[in-house]
Write a protein that binds this ligand. Structure first.
Ligand code: FES
Length: 130
């Protein structure tokens, strides 16, 4: 009964508390060749995505954000889904795939779940314009 008001699934909580591929420390310590930054127009939070791309494939990535728990959990899930994918396949990862991976986010937090993907798309776009 005491946790009845807690609206996040255990998977969401795990990714929030132990975010995968989160950029720890200075970005100079991660060997990336593409970067994308986006802001969330609804809440003003920001997300930055760093990609290591080789042969048109995301071989590694890191990210950091000022976003909330949902943004952190969603981007953690996205990072797991995107690693090893071609750029075209990574761009196909959508909010539903992330939602399914996490076992459903609260509906009113949907705007947070797209932040990571928008940063990923921005990084890929910047890479392709080089
Ligand atoms: S409230 Fe800003 S990213 Fe969730």
């Amino acid at each position: 009964m005491e946790n009845q008001d807690w609206i996040y699934t255990d998977i969401v909580k795990d990714h929030f508390l132990n975010p995968r591929n989160f950029l720890m420390g200075d970005e100079k310590n991660f060997d990336y060749n593409a970067v994308g930054t986006v802001g969330n127009p609804i809440c003003g939070d920001q997300m930055k995505m760093y990609l290591k791309i080789k042969n048109d494939t995301i071989v590694d990535l890191r990210w950091k954000t000022y976003g909330c728990a949902s943004a952190i959990a969603s981007t953690s899930a996205l990072s797991e889904l995107a690693k090893g994918k071609t750029l075209d396949d990574a761009l196909k990862i959508d909010a539903k795939m992330i939602d399914d991976y996490l076992g459903n986010l609260p509906k009113h937090k949907f705007h947070c779940s797209v932040l990571g993907h928008e940063a990923l798309a921005a990084a890929i776009s910047a890479y392709r314009q080089k």
